[in-house]
Structure formats: structure tokens, C-alpha cells
Write a protein that binds this ligand. Structure first.
Ligand code: HEC
Length: 145
């Protein structure tokens, strides 16, 4: 009777192992891929110095195309195709993530599939606080202005 028991046990073991292996694969597969660049952390508080610098930069650098209030009516906007959109639009505000805004400010329009007429700002590379403050500034643009 021995020659029968051994193969039966082997089959059972093999089946059991296969089941465990499959279960293991299924459990591992849906693990959400965390973004390597943006760990999910609580948003850091804005430094007042960054807020002041962001306000100043928007009023001087971004203003040229976007206008002081972000409506896309800056003195340099006339010749631009496409025109910068109205950043005060609640629909646009709701359609974009903070990450999108920070990315276009830092890397320019081309980096997010938009026009390269929106220039990158490589000098902000070493100033993540300033980039966050500029994003907050954009988030705070009100339709009334
Ligand atoms: C030389 C002109 C110019 C300057 C200067 C400029 N932008 Fe832009 N920006 C544009 C144009 C043009 C677009 C529209 C791109 C498109 O819709 O394809 C744009 C788009 C944007 C958008 C909207 C992205 C979207 O999803 O539609 C944001 C936000 C933005 N710019 C922020 C800034 C900030 C902040 C600054 C200053 C640091 C700045 N821009 C400076 C031309 C400019």
C-alpha cells in the first residue's frame, strides 16, 4: 500500500503549495504603487517668507503673462497662443491638483502636456517652500479681482 500513499501525499502537497503561491500573488498584486517623488505626508505649513516672496514673484514675473489677478490679461499675454487661461476660474481650480500646479510652475507647460509658452522656473528648484507658496497664491486667486 505504501507506493499509493506516497504519490497521493505528493499531489496533495503540490496542490496545497500551488494554492498558497496563487493566493500570495493575488495578495501582492493590488498593492497600490506609491509615488516615489511625492510621499503622502501632511502638507507642510507655509513659511511667511515664502508667501511674501511668492506674492512678489507673481506680481513681477508671472504678472507679465497672467496679469496681477491671474485672469490671463498681463501685458505680455496679447501675443501668446494659447492665451493663459483665467486662473481664477472655479472650474479650472477644481479640475487641477496641487501637484499639477506645482509641476507647471517648476517645469513649465511642456512638462504637463501644455504650451511651452508657460516657461519653467529652474531657479525655484532649490526652493520647494516658494513653489508651495506660489501654488497657494494661485489657489487663493479670487474671481472678483
Ligand atoms: C511668458 C509668459 C508666461 C509667464 C511669465 C508665466 N506663465 Fe504661466 N502660463 C503661460 C501660458 C501661455 C499658459 C497656458 C498654457 C496652456 O494652456 O497650454 C500658462 C499656464 C499656467 C498655469 C495653468 C496651467 C493649466 O493647467 O492650465 C499656471 C498655474 C501658471 N501658468 C502659473 C504661472 C506662474 C506661477 C508663473 C510665474 C512663476 C507663470 N505662470 C509665468 C504663460 C506664462
Amino acid at each position: 500500500m505504501k507506493p499509493i500513499h506516497v504519490p497521493a501525499l505528493t499531489l496533495l502537497l503540490a496542490a496545497g503549495l500551488t494554492a498558497v503561491a496563487c493566493g500570495g500573488d493575488k495578495a501582492a498584486a493590488p498593492a497600490p504603487a506609491k509615488s516615489a517623488t511625492q510621499p503622502a505626508a501632511a502638507p507642510a505649513a507655509l513659511d511667511p517668507k515664502d508667501v511674501a516672496e511668492a506674492t512678489q514673484i507673481f506680481a513681477t514675473r508671472c504678472f507679465t503673462c497672467h496679469g496681477a489677478g491671474g485672469k490671463g490679461d498681463g501685458p505680455g499675454s496679447a501675443g501668446l497662443t494659447p492665451q493663459p487661461r483665467d486662473l481664477t476660474s472655479p472650474e479650472w481650480q477644481a479640475s487641477v491638483t496641487d501637484e499639477h500646479i506645482e509641476k507647471i510652475v517648476l517645469y513649465g507647460g511642456a512638462a504637463v502636456g501644455l504650451s511651452p509658452m508657460m516657461p519653467p522656473n529652474p531657479d525655484f528648484m532649490s526652493k520647494p517652500g516658494l513653489v508651495r507658496a506660489l501654488r497657494a497664491h494661485i489657489r487663493g486667486l479670487a474671481p472678483a479681482h
